[in-house]
Design a protein around this ligand. Sequence first.
Ligand code: B12
Ligand code: SF4
Length: 530
Amino acid sequence: MSKAVSSVLYVRLPVWKIWPGGLVYLADFIHKQRPDIAQEILDLALVPPDRRRAVLRARLLATRPDVVAFSWRNMQTFGPHPENDALEVVMNFDHSPSLWRRAKAAWSAFGIIWDYGAARLRNFGYLRLARRLLPDSRLVVGGPAVSIFGKYVALKCPSDTVVVAGEGEEAMLSVVDGYASPAGHHWYKNRFGEILHRPAAENFDLARLTAVDFAYIESIFAGFRDYLGEAVGVHTKRGCPFQCHFCLYNKIEGDRQRYRDPVEVAKEVETLNKVYGVKHIWFTDAQFCSTQRSTQHVEAILDEMIARRLDVRWTGYLRLNHLTPGIAAKMLASGLESIDLSFTGTQEVIDSLTLGYNLEQQMAAFRMFKEAGHSDQQVKLYMPLNAPGETTRTLLATAALIRELYDMFGRENVLPFIFFIGVQPDTPIERRLIAAGYLAADYDPLTLNPFLIKKLLYNPPPLGRLIGRAYLEAFDSRGVADDYVGRATMEILERKLAAAGLGGGCAKSNVVPVLPPKLASQDQVEDIAH
Ligand code: B12
Ligand code: SF4
């Protein structure tokens, strides 16, 4: 054990502005356990880029904290995102028929990759600055990006730094208590540059996360009020027992679901709403409701929220398999803003991705929302298009089911997001693609090689071109048609497939096959794409 500490400066490394939930929970927890420790949160997302280094330097020198705790949220930001630049650029580069647009896309890609690489280097620069200015302070770095790329961070960080993967409460508590070897899963790079690894499972008891003391947080976080007009993240549980092929949330949070007390969650939302005027809440769990037990936990939270008559709208990632008409009604009554979920229109693709749910149940749950009085809530469908197992037939089935949802909820309320699987380290899809020779076994997930980055956005031939061209056409016509790009893409796809004689989709394709599996050959799909 080394000496206990009396001050901590938390530094939120830059991201696109978003509520720094992880640091808020950490600082609140440490304050409740060790109230004498002076803490401060410096959020570099709120500082203009050209001033970040100077502001960090000034705070480090002014406060000279015993511990500097860096939080790093995003590192591999190319994951597919509705309508973000990277997706459009890749689509243009790979699939645009215009040479000029391909060249323009190549130039934009260069800019995006430059920013991506430079952001990472700058973050390591901030860590090194802290080490240089405060040679005797303890440096700790954690956060979602570190949970995934901890080993890499340990290689690149300055000496005498603790690199924490996963949840940070126990690790930070042991650091402020002065333990030389902290609790939790971490790497420690010692003063000689040697790296020691201590694996551990996520096991923090979430009942210990009582409602955040926002008055305290405001007193240590100058940027606190800058976030109140946006969605504020609230955590209700950690862990996910599923193993969807593309997902690593169960690695980040562990595979055992652990719950906060519903009363504490509701109290937290109540304070945000009634004291600070927050109107939007994002439940930042890996899945807000997924298993039978977690759905019961959700119901208890909704009951508490309804009883407190809160004026908020909320959302979060949902799985609907254990939904009941009663819970659907409570979701709407407590302010559900949008239904956000993975969506694909056949049981085969669901099973190929081991998503672990039943399509019929999912559709039945949609009907429950309708019957419970759905009004303007958006239905956001995150569609892993062209995943392993996708064919022209499954694509058509997805399009047909989306139409069914338009009929149910109103076309303007349904937002199909064109997503592709982002290949992430240590996931089943990564292993599958390495085994298939699509990726080299020693590929670098943090590569700056644009061709490899492109491969990590999984949209292979032959369907890749068909989808890419439909997306680009939708993107171009969006202004004219004034329609959402995802809706337009799906309709263009349907039109192209119908024109090629492959149309006539049926919503229940898992029950009645629309097309024999091999009807659309590789050549045929290439022809349709052109
Ligand atoms: C909810 C969520 C979202 C929501 C956020 C809603 C909101 N208003 O908050 C939305 C959908 C908007 C979103 C968007 C994006 N997200 Co997101 N998101 C998540 C998710 C599921 C939870 C994050 C969260 O808030 N957790 C709750 C808080 C309390 O936990 P936490 O921040 O992780 O903090 C804990 C630990 O990390 C640790 N910790 C944190 N800081 C520190 C510091 C120290 C010193 C220590 C010791 C510990 C520590 O302790 C905390 C408490 O235990 C994670 C996946 C996951 N399961 O973690 C992805 C995740 C964070 N997102 C990710 C990404 C990439 C993105 C996007 C870039 C996607 C995109 N391409 O657009 C954007 C970026 C948004 C932005 N502005 O930065 C990645 C980041 C890692 C990476 N791959 O680079 C993750 C890990 C998912 C993934 N697929 O890999 N996201
Ligand atoms: S996609 Fe959702 S349900 Fe599947 S493993 Fe990830 S968090 Fe769990």
